[in-house]
Write a protein that binds this ligand. Structure first.
Ligand code: SPV
Ligand code: MG
Length: 428
């Protein structure tokens, strides 16, 4: 009997999948190459179902003889190993991947059979519908930890209100391999949440107001949310914040080891910035860890030592202590535009026995590519302020243009048309 290989994610199984399997069954003995969570995440998005759940569904489908894991989004390793007579695939795929398959299986006379795309149904469209249906706080809370287990690096972008959060939620581009790229998580920055309100980033915008912004973001998104918790405030307050955020479905809070009047780390002059003692900050972390009720809720400890010029050893020593206190992850911050001190920190940090995920914020060292940061060891990369920073010059320019011309027609060419504007938030 001839052998047939069919690669699949099979997260949401629909008639398109059954069509492909039926075609395979008519050609021979069907082996499904079931993409592992890591393989799916590298190509599209985190699957809803675990590998084990997807395996159970697929292995019980009529016409399937065998299910093997496909651990990369690249089909070639499994094909070379199994040498199937046929590969069956839907015809809506990236030309480069298609050519790779043809070239590989032609080595042993294998043939590619393509199945017509099933009109009107695709897992991407179903995923979109599921997104519109929303998510639960509990499912969302757990998503960040799950992402960190399946992806090398999680990519987050700043949002400061519902509309900017929709951009983080919905923006996608396809890379050269045809894989979808998108942001994995939302960062709620104290800097942009404050500046959007016309206030300085000095913990002046109070917790109730910050929670309002968080709610605004949660209401229109499904992606995991990481909250910038500033210093975390007084320890007795911090434990309440942890509980509030867990209840809302936030995945993580970052607290920074500063005290006194907290100011933004990117200020030119940091002479009056005060760093918290290791003991006091560790106690705050511990209190937060004791207060949280979900294992997956992350308390991320942010180290300001490099910002304050205290050196690598001090920064690493703090990382050691904060992890020992129970921090779920470490954020290291730096203003060094070359990225050298972040690289140096990463090299040392990676040798820690009890290493936890590492978060970086490449605002100053913005020329370093994600791939490089990933190679250094970054697990979470945050674009912390860019949506608001690009919005401001555009808005300011519009105000100037109207004033200069005594009318508004001149701004129209740079503005979103009203109908598209209305559609941005329409659910129909
Ligand atoms: C923020 O976005 O508010 C941050 C990151 O805390 S930074 O502005 O770089 O300090
Ligand atoms: Mg901040």
């Amino acid at each position: 009997m001839k052998t047939v290989y069919i690669p699949m994610c099979a997260d949401i199984v629909h008639s398109g999948h059954l069509n492909i399997i039926k075609t395979g069954q008519n050609l021979g003995d069907v082996t499904i190459g079931l993409l592992t969570d890591e393989a799916v995440a590298s190509k599209k998005r985190l699957p809803f179902m675990t590998y084990a759940q997807r395996h159970e569904v697929v292995s019980n489908l009529k016409g399937v003889s065998n299910v093997v894991p496909q651990v990369t989004s690249d089909y070639r390793p499994n094909l070379t190993q199994l040498k199937p007579d046929y590969v069956v695939h839907g015809n809506d795929w990236a030309p480069s991947a298609r050519q790779q398959v043809i070239d590989t299986i032609s080595e042993w006379g294998g043939e590619l059979v393509e199945v017509e795309y099933t009109e009107g149904i695709s897992s991407t469209k179903l995923h979109q519908k599921l997104k519109e249906a929303g998510t639960t706080p509990e499912a969302r809370l757990k998503k960040l930890a799950k992402l960190l287990n399946t992806k090398k690096t999680v990519r987050a972008l700043e949002a400061h209100n519902g509309l900017s959060a929709l951009i983080v939620e919905n923006t996608t581009v396809k890379n050269e391999k045809g894989h979808l790229r998108q942001f994995d998580a939302v960062w709620i920055s104290s800097l942009t949440d404050s500046i959007a309100k016309g206030k300085p980033d000095i913990e002046l915008v109070d917790r109730t107001s910050r929670v309002n912004t968080i709610n605004e973001v949660l209401e229109v998104t499904t992606k995991p949310v990481i909250v910038d918790g500033d210093t975390g405030g007084h320890q007795a307050h911090f434990v309440h914040t942890v509980k509030t955020l867990e209840r809302l479905g936030v995945s993580a809070i970052v607290i920074e080891d500063k005290c006194g009047l907290k100011q933004n780390s990117l200020h030119e002059n940091v002479n009056d910035h005060e760093q918290e003692s290791v003991a006091t900050f560790s106690a705050k972390i511990k209190a937060g860890v004791n207060a949280k009720i979900n294992d997956e809720f992350m308390i991320i400890a942010r180290i300001e030592s490099l910002i304050l010029g205290k050196g690598q050893d001090e920064a690493l020593e703090r990382a050691r202590n904060y992890i020992a206190a129970g921090a779920s992850a470490i954020m290291i911050h730096s203003k060094d535009e070359s990225g050298k001190d972040i690289k140096e920190f990463c090299d040392a940090y990676n040798t820690l026995d009890n290493r936890r995920p590492l978060m970086v914020v490449p605002t100053s060292y913005n020329s370093i590519y994600e791939a490089e940061l990933t190679e250094w060891g970054a697990n979470i990369i945050v674009y912390a302020n860019h949506l608001l920073r690009v919005a401001y010059p555009a808005m300011s320019q519009a105000a100037q243009t109207i004033l200069s011309h005594d009318r508004a027609v001149e701004v129209e060419s740079t503005a979103i048309p009203i109908n598209d504007f209305l559609k941005l938030v329409s659910r129909n």
